[in-house]
Design a protein around this ligand. Structure first.
Ligand SMILES: [Fe+2]
Length: 407
């Protein structure tokens, strides 16, 4: 091949003793990264933020509002997140798409209209700050602001994996396929259903509902897994693969640290608190072992968020509420539900995050944690005029909090 054509880069076979290729190279933009850039709004990347309301937003032409993407470290390619502002007394543009999407209302009140292509009937439901709803895959929907001031919504979706595989926007945003299996058209489709059943994989409390009017205050059943008295529900919405849960800790009590890979993002919807996250290779006691510089930390209030495992491999993380109100969190995973990892079907798995490290799980019992954790938590509570609800007995070697009761 001629080597003198201008602007053409040729491949050369390596000489003996050399390897082919560049060896080191920059990570490429995925189709979803390019999509975000071309949407013309900012993209916040980091381990988290104290309040999504404070992230700068710009006019978002396709949606008909203003917004910002949020792509926290470790979630890239796994699921998408954004804040969208609906103009006062206005509405976002109708849209549909071949990916799942859920919305949490940060501020304001309004309605959402949902309908199937060619169907004259529109489902309409009202929402307010604290509401959570899901749009069935490829259903048409329109978000309408009922007040004269702007409304702010936090969205989460499965756009990145879909777009990165299909890499054709028309196939995703202009596709006529109707998912009748996901949108029945029943009159009560967007009525809140508060019945609880065990989820079919791990047996945890699950609620099948496509709408929750006030997720910041709704009733939560007892969970007791990572701290005595902790409460938790998994909403199963519009038959989504997008997985999420809502949890709350007893005031003055923190959950055990536990480790796993990335996908989960914690979203603070009530109370105030902070999160530590650090790579598991920095040991279970990073402060004591001179690895304090590996610990990432963020403080938050409603509606702040933090990625549980910011990058690669497994990270320990631990969440602390230090306000007069108990700390309530949502955790959004995209289509990466714990317990639904790919592998040989039928293989026996363990709910590792619920089980202590000395029993084969990945939770650090209070008795084995870094002394810095307790000292800092108690100091923070004291500074806020609050008292601890941690039982000193739990820090004694071998003590299992599972036997501590539901106080
Ligand atoms: Fe976690």
């Amino acid at each position: 091949m001629a080597h003198d054509a201008p602007g053409v880069v040729h491949w050369h076979e390596p000489k003996p003793g050399q390897r082919a290729g560049l060896g080191k190279f920059g990570r490429v933009k995925m189709p979803y990264d390019i999509f975000m850039e071309e949407e013309g709004i900012p993209c916040f990347r980091g381990i988290g933020c104290s309040k999504v309301q404070d992230l700068p937003r710009a006019r978002w032409e396709r949606k008909g509002g203003a917004g910002t993407f949020i792509q926290l470290h470790g979630t890239e390619g796994k699921w998408g997140c954004f804040v969208v502002e609906v103009p006062g007394a206005g509405a976002l543009n109708p849209e549909r798409h071949i990916f799942e999407e859920i919305y949490y209302v940060v501020e304001g009140r309004g309605t959402t209209e949902v309908w199937i292509e060619g169907d004259s009937k529109r489902h309409i439901f009202e929402w307010q700050a604290g509401s959570l709803f899901s749009i069935p895959m490829n259903a048409w929907f329109r978000i309408v602001n009922a007040s004269s001031s702007p409304a702010l919504l936090l969205g989460g979706n499965t756009c990145p994996p879909v777009l990165n595989l299909i890499n054709n926007r028309r196939a995703i945003f202009e596709n006529d396929f109707v998912f009748h299996d996901r949108f029945s058209g029943a009159d009560d489709f967007y009525q809140y259903k508060d019945e609880i059943e065990p989820d079919p994989v791990r047996g945890l409390a699950m609620r099948r509902t496509n709408f929750i009017p006030d997720v910041a205050n709704c009733d939560l059943p007892l969970d007791n897994r990572r701290s005595p008295g902790a409460r938790r529900i998994e909403p199963f919405m519009t038959k989504n693969a997008f997985y999420l849960w809502v949890g709350q800790y007893v005031n003055g009590r923190y959950s055990k640290a536990h480790g796993h890979g990335s996908a989960a993002v914690l979203i603070c919807i009530k109370g105030k608190g902070y999160t530590h996250t650090w790579p598991t290779e920095a040991s279970i006691n990073p402060w004591k072992n001179g690895k304090a510089d590996t610990v990432k930390r963020i403080e938050y209030e409603p509606v702040g968020m933090v990625t549980a495992a910011p990058g690669g491999n497994e990270w320990f993380h631990q969440h602390f509420g230090v306000s007069r109100e108990p700390l309530r969190l949502m955790a959004w995973y995209g289509p990466h539900a714990p317990g639904r990892t790919a592998g040989v079907p039928g293989e026996k798995l363990t709910d590792r995050g619920a089980i202590d490290i000395d029993e084969g799980g990945c939770a650090i019992p209070y008795s084995m944690e870094d002394p810095h954790v307790r000292a800092e938590f108690e100091a923070k509570l004291k500074a806020n005029g609050l008292v601890t609800a941690m039982d000193p007995h739990w820090y004694e070697p071998g003590v299992k909090t599972e036997s501590a009761g539901n106080t």
